[in-house]
Design a protein around this ligand. Sequence first.
Ligand code: DOR
Ligand code: ZN
Ligand code: ZN
Length: 449
Amino acid sequence: MIADTVLCNAKVYTKRGIVQAGIAIEGDKIAKISKETNLPPACNRVNLDGCLALPGMIDSHVHLRGQLLSSREDFSTGTSAAVAGGITTVLDMPNNKPVTKDSTSLKERILHAERSIVANVGFLSAFPERLQEIEHIVRAGAVAFKVYLTDDVGGLDIDDDELMSKALLKTSAYGVPVAVHAEDGQAIHALTKREQRLGHKNLDAYLKVHSPKVETKAVKRILSIANQSNSQIHICHITSLDAVSLVKRARTDGLSVSCEITPHHLFLTLADLRKHGTRALTDPPLRSNRIVEHLWDAVRKHDIDIIASDHAPHTRAGKEAESIWDVSPGIPGLETLLPLFLTKVNEGHLALKNLIRMTSERPAEVFHLQNEGHLEVGYKANITVVDLHKTGQIEASRFHSKAKYSPFDHIQVKGLPAKTFVNGQLVMDNGEVVARRGIGRVLRSKARK
Ligand code: DOR
Ligand code: ZN
Ligand code: ZN
């Protein structure tokens, strides 16, 4: 056998621990992991300089934008940002223009993506108006559905519990998960109206509206609906401690439920929001010191399944407005996630094993991404190579994303992605994206059909 590529001089993160080994790649798969002397000859040898080879990072919450929102981000810049940040697979959110909410809009989005992606991309769809369309969306390849409990992003009336229950029942029949932006829409609208009537348009008014309470309320509601339909629920960007407890209890009660947290909700607090202003505005907003400390505890206790960036790029103009109600919430996060958490690993505040569980293993399990999440023979050759000892500084002006701002700008980090391999190909080398556009693949649901 002659392998296509052999990665040598590496430390390889495997289920059995970190081993001094090399990796042989054939096509887009891992063919062998073993001592270098036992590896086959290869057309191409890549020296990893003693760096650590990790299972490809999967970011399960990304807004790639594109189409009519290409001024904020497009498939090429978004996936370039991903691989620059050491991320090999991203899951795209449906709140685009046009919204992904039926098989036609999904197919259109996939066509746009296939031409330009340099990372693998799976698509989430919003719910359609007609529930029969759910089947067509799954057949067209959606890996999951996304429901925004704040607004009617898709075609489903989110205030109608019965309809929601029927929609969830359908997704469970196909074995497809449902990701949820959990903030209670009715509460948000009533509170926003009240604040606006009072003429309040600053950060404090926004924080009053988007409180942990409205998050807890939404989580309670969706879990109770899911309970009747036996569907698989994934709570996005959790920031309420009560919501974390609810998820934990529901899981103990046998519900198939998972939750995710973002880097910004762990690394930043209300004080940072006040310091950075609208640049750090995101929805749900940053939380108090006390909450953030407890969220870290939940991470360390494995109560939270996934770390995802919620990469939500906006134009500079979108981030600046006189009234808080006109500011677009969202922070770009693809290029900062890994350096931030590797720094925590280096500081001894987070076990590497826990980080890989949350950025690779659990996302693959939760979203049913086959042959991803581990470095094993037969698995996809999606590999994130990191230099744990390298120090650097976050430089938003050098982001591959179109959104060149970040509340993490200029902070010092230790631990950086050094190389990224997608489908067996080197796509990022020492910060430079070296991929041919279109090298990424669209992941399709392996749902029961
Ligand atoms: O901060 C956010 N930005 N929260 C959301 O739910 C949407 C997202 C976006 O699309 O910009
Ligand atoms: Zn959201
Ligand atoms: Zn989001």
